[in-house]
Write a new protein. Structure first.
Ligand code: SAM
Length: 307
């Protein structure tokens, strides 16, 4: 938008100093963009100061205020059920295809949510790129959280080359496929058939040749005759501590378990972990979940008693 406006015409070499002075005095009109004319710069001012003349100016576009959201690939998940805000959001980013609102919390054994489509294509499926890997996800049918991407890289950095890794609650495979970069072998299990379907697609998508996908209950894995693993990822924060005996049985002496847990007190699970694994434990906070609750990760180095 253009408009006639009071302004000062100042020589170019004095423009920056004058602009700062006007800004300090609250006289610079920030709704308009300064512009050159001949040897001068025209600085828009808020009132008829001495020497001011009327000039045409281009208005600075108002910043668009976007509703709060989380991005997962081409999908934005909004915190409010606000269809008008969703349309603004969709229009603001060419990479967005869909805006969703979660109608439920993360729930059930499969840890999924139900969504309403607020704007864009009616789908819950999208492709996420993370540190050079791609993951096809379907937010209504299998769990996925983009917020754990740095945590996956932390575990990858902690790994040695050629490890045998078990991901007990693999979902669509973000940990398993990330860790496969250094591992000799990754066994990736999940109970949710939709998650395992996507896991298989993601193995193919990333041409990962060393991940074995399994539709399996983690509690049953010790009965399947695997050789001990060097590293085990347990990302089922509400219930992972229940599966610790299975993980301890599957881990080698000196191997590492990464246990993700939702806790109300720091170190809540330390006694249980020490009892089951006899191990050395380091706990860190991953992020706040809700007031008074934290997602924590315990890195546990397992010790097996001599038989
Ligand atoms: N690790 C994945 C990630 O970071 O995206 C998925 C984590 S999600 C919080 C937990 C997963 O555990 C879900 O995909 C759910 O289906 C699966 N799950 C729940 N109970 C299970 C069990 N007893 N055995 C195997 N998988 C299970």
């Amino acid at each position: 938008m253009r408009g006639k406006q009071w302004c000062l015409a100042v020589p170019r070499r004095e423009a920056e100093e004058t602009r700062r002075r006007l800004l300090e005095e609250g006289l610079l009109d920030r709704r308009y963009k300064p512009r050159p004319e001949g040897d001068a710069i025209l600085l828009p001012v808020t009132e008829e100061v001495p020497g001011a003349v009327r000039c045409e100016f281009e208005a600075v576009p108002e910043p668009v205020v976007l509703p709060r959201h989380e991005l997962v690939g081409g999908i934005a998940i909004m915190q409010e059920n606000d269809p008008a805000g969703a349309e603004r959001l969709l229009a603001s980013r060419p990479s967005l295809a869909t805006v969703l609102f979660p109608e439920t919390a993360v729930e059930g054994e499969y840890r999924t949510r139900r969504f309403a489509v607020l704007a864009g294509a009616p789908t819950t499926r999208t492709r996420v790129t993370e540190y050079g890997l791609s993951f096809d996800v379907d937010l209504a049918h299998a769990y996925f959280s983009a917020r754990l991407s740095t945590e996956r890289q932390r575990v990858l950095r902690a790994m040695g080359e050629g490890e045998r890794v078990l991901d007990m609650f693999a979902g669509v495979g973000p940990f398993a496929i990330t860790l496969a970069r250094k591992a000799a072998l990754v066994v990736a299990a999940d109970l949710n058939p939709a998650a395992v379907h996507l896991l298989i697609e993601n193995i193919a998508l990333n041409r990962t040749g060393n991940v074995i996908p399994m539709l399996a209950d983690a509690a049953r894995l010790p009965r399947l005759g695997f050789a001990p693993f060097d590293r085990i990822v347990m990302n089922l924060p509400l219930a992972a501590p229940e599966f610790l005996p299975a993980a301890a049985a599957l881990c080698r002496d000196g191997g590492t378990i990464h246990l993700y847990a939702l806790e109300e007190e720091e170190g809540e699970y330390l006694p249980r972990i020490r009892e089951v694994t006899q191990g050395e434990v380091v706990e860190r906070e991953v992020r706040t979940y809700s007031p008074g609750k934290w997602h924590a990760v315990y890195d546990v180095v397992v010790e097996k008693e001599e038989m």
